[in-house]
Write a protein that binds this ligand. Structure first.
Ligand code: SF4
Ligand code: SF4
Length: 124
């Protein structure tokens, strides 16, 4: 069944109970532009990593050998089962454009859907 927008009608979890699009193994997961960096203010140095002259949100792993990487700004709450962006109001533009329920969101969930729960298990 499709919605009026053409996307399949599915029941989506709230983003705080999903978190999938904040997980990645790639160090180039979320690009940080100059404006994004400025908006992050005092948190920029801690949360942003440079590869050459390009900036990205830093990827954190549960351990060096962990296959599960996540944005350093993502806060996991194992007891509540939630994933919160600690800089939500100041997050980079690339995060703002990924709309919940869009085809990009569906792609993220289809390819990386199991990672958030695995990560919660690792930090428990
Ligand atoms: S935008 Fe989509 S993939 Fe990202 S947290 Fe929300 S529901 Fe999950
Ligand atoms: S900045 Fe926030 S929304 Fe963007 S990837 Fe990191 S935790 Fe997710």
């Amino acid at each position: 069944m499709l919605t009026g927008s053409g996307y399949p009608l599915i029941v989506l979890e709230d983003c705080v109970r999903c978190g999938v699009c904040c997980f990645s193994e790639s160090e180039r997961h979320a690009r940080v532009t100059g404006d994004d960096y400025a908006r992050l203010g005092d948190d920029a140095e801690r949360l942003v990593a440079f590869i050459g002259n390009q900036a990205f949100m830093r990827i954190e792993r549960a351990g060096e050998a962990s296959p599960v990487g996540r944005c350093a700004a993502l806060v996991l709450a194992p007891d509540e089962g939630t994933y919160l962006c600690s800089v939500y109001e100041r997050r980079p533009e690339v995060c703002r454009t990924l709309e919940r329920g869009s085809s990009a969101c569906a792609g993220e969930r289809a390819t990386k859907g199991d990672r958030p729960r695995r990560a919660l298990t690792l930090v428990r």
